[in-house]
Ligand binder design. Sequence first.
Ligand code: GEM
Ligand code: ZN
Length: 375
Amino acid sequence: MRISSNFDSGNIQVIRAEQADDIQLAINKDNNSDFYQWFHFKLDSTPFINHKLTIQNVDKAAYPDGWQNYQAVASYDREEWFRVDTEFDGKSLSIDHTPEHDITYFAYFAPYSYERHLDLIGWAQTCFDCRHEHLGETLDGRDMSLLVVGQPEEGKKKIWITARQHPGETMAEWLIEGLLERLLDEDDGVARSLLDKAVLYIVPNMNPDGSVRGHLRTNANGANLNREWATPTAENSPEVLHVLNKMQQTGVDMFLDVHGDEALPYNFVAGSEGIPAYNARIAALENSFKQAFLMATPEFQDEVGYPKDEPGKANLTVACNAVAQKFDCLAYTLEMPFKDNINLPDAAYGWSPKRSKQLGEDVLIAIHAVADTLR
Ligand code: GEM
Ligand code: ZN
């Protein structure tokens, strides 16, 4: 029996793995950071024997509430990721599984590999009305890729969408995959109408280094990119610097920053109500967007979410707040659950790549609904 994680987004530390019913593991911290929660590893063992895997250090992870009612995901073929019996006792996380094949992969959420990211960029840029732009390099020397969809013309709105600032939140890039598949479908009415009104600037992965490294929340240097939007630097957060520089060139009429949430079992949005520039126009746009999103899918809800920021008290290092303040525009953080949407639970898969992709398709309806009124 052996356990390994030496692959794209792999993260586990093996403490003991001699007996199938007593496998002891721990999650590694992000580099140069105290954050950890993302795990992804491979078990190579005898099938049809019950295995008990215990991750010892989950109580000190970034978001311990994320383990309440959480079920880990597993896969044999690295395509289908299903939920497995998982218990959290307040200290450690125990996974109880009887493999049906020699190799089983386990992860915090369905991984989105760097190869799949490159495939997404490659496919998208071959589509009509979609171009790739290189924005710059990351600290590990990977490319920051921007997809520009639609023809920039006078009067068209500029809509920016970023995803996966936090690399362990892989559902964010799954959402972008679904959003792009609809947006680039030349027969789709919402896509065609939206592209008559707007140009979309989409960054499918804001943090490729952290993704490959198996980080939860930071880049290669341990920087939490979603706290770097006030003063990004080439030395610590080039990913944000490249995107902000491009935003300066294009302007921004709407911004969506896509994330995942460890604890709350819902899809929800977090706005910019606490920024100094917040005003009735942005508030009305936020409501119009949410009403359209609620009509588009029952997977979205607006009852549960983050506490609202007090007026003028927003953290301006956060992307959504920084962009809303800088460009006086509608800006939302969109959150999906690592667990499930408990309004529409799925015991076998929980929240999943498929549902993330569908939400990407559905959010285009809400974006289309507000596009004309963004300015
Ligand atoms: C969150 S977004 C920051 C909190 N935002 C608001 N408006 N309360 C973060 O970066 O901590 C997004 C995430 O990590 O998923
Ligand atoms: Zn996040």
